[in-house]
Design a protein around this ligand. Structure first.
Ligand SMILES: Cc1ncc(C[n+]2csc(CCOP(=O)(O)OP(=O)(O)O)c2C)c(N)n1
Ligand SMILES: [Mg+2]
Length: 332
């Protein structure tokens, strides 16, 4: 694995802080009704992405996930201004404002969404890996899902074929403890999700998802296995979301104390503590990073605010339409 150097720690700190603040801004914009529809935030889970990105080559490896999907495309190189604009429903957004929160997508950046159907992205992830294998590329697909998604039949059908066809894919369950308001313990007789791989003879492991180093090591091993033709891996990365499932969640299913316990092992704080302990950056340098993050988030907000809404015709241009259908008023 690439060494985890001082530069990597500083990058992790800045990236994760930016993702956190970017989403804090989205939460505020949601309350102001500038962002509408659903909004599922990733606060607390950032180390899963930071560690994963350290272990892949974004030029050839692919990411696909569910609807908690705002920061992954940014990590893969999509301009965050365009991500925020998408959430604001603006024409400058990644999908011209037509997708919104759950559907960020950028094929150019190897980010394949953004999927609202729980477990729907699992077979698609295997399909991306199949394409790479079929075309003789040596790319690997990281296919993320929540702990709720592992109870879908699509996971089992996909695991079977992915093993049978020896596909270059890493299945990653981000176990944040809950599927909406339902804890893992309430939906299964055992809580070791990674063991679902055993039934398919798929290499599998549980990983500490609050620590980017642990995530990077596990993902690296899995990616290398896939790249050299040894097939899929299933990782259960144990993490936690600080915010509710979406913006409309009264969170009666957990205590404030539980959330506070996890904040004690917050991934950003853990990385910052190491930076301080190893004297990787002075106080002034850390403050400089913090300011840069605040400024970048403001820039994104300004861009999204000032961008125009999409032209009406865009709505019609991107849906299937029968050429000779007679009753379309915009065509008259
Ligand atoms: C097939 C399907 N069933 C139900 C839903 C409603 N739903 C949306 S999110 C969700 C919970 C999923 O939880 P998890 O997979 O743990 O992901 P997390 O939200 O924790 O990231 C449910 C049941 C859905 N979108 N799709
Ligand atoms: Mg969950």
């Amino acid at each position: 694995m690439k060494k985890v150097t001082k530069e990597v720690y500083l990058k992790w700190y800045e990236d994760m802080l930016f993702w956190r603040k970017f989403e804090d801004k989205l939460a505020a914009a949601y309350i102001q009704q500038k962002v509408r529809g659903f909004l599922h935030l990733y606060n607390g889970q950032e180390a899963v992405l930071a560690g994963s990105l350290h272990a892949i080559d974004p030029k050839k490896d692919k990411l696909i996930t569910a609807y908690r999907n705002h920061v992954q495309p940014i990590g893969m190189g999509v301009d965050p201004k365009r991500v925020m604009a998408e959430l604001f429903g603006k024409g400058t957004g990644t999908s011209q404002g037509l997708g919104g929160s759950m559907h960020i997508f950028s094929k150019e950046h190897n980010f394949y969404g953004g999927h609202g159907i729980v477990g729907g992205q699992i077979p698609l992830g295997a399909g991306l890996a199949f394409a790479d294998k079929y075309q003789g590329n040596d790319g690997v697909t990281l296919c993320y899902m929540g702990d709720g998604a592992v109870r879908q039949g699509s996971l089992h059908e996909t695991f079977n074929l992915a093993m049978l066809w020896n596909l270059p894919v890493v299945f990653i369950c981000e176990n944040n403890g809950y599927a909406m308001g339902t804890s893992v313990a309430r939906t299964a007789n055992h809580t070791d999700i990674y063991k679902l791989g055993l039934g398919y003879d798929m290499p599998c492991a549980a990983v500490d998802g609050m620590n980017p180093v642990k995530v990077a090591e596990a993902v690296h091993e899995a990616v290398e296995r896939a790249r050299k033709g040894d097939g899929p891996t299933f990782l259960e990365i144990k993490t936690y979301r600080y915010r509710g499932h979406s913006m409309s969640d009264a969170q009666h299913y957990r205590t404030k104390e539980e959330v506070e316990e996890y904040k004690k092992i917050d991934p950003i704080t853990q990385v910052l503590d190491i930076i301080k302990e190893k004297k990787y950056a002075s106080k002034a340098k850390i403050e400089e990073i913090n300011k840069r993050v605040t400024d970048r988030v403001k820039e994104c907000e300004k861009f999204a605010e000032e961008s125009p809404f999409p032209e009406k015709n865009v709505m019609y241009d991107t849906v299937y339409e029968q050429e000779d259908y007679p009753f379309l008023s915009h065509k008259l």
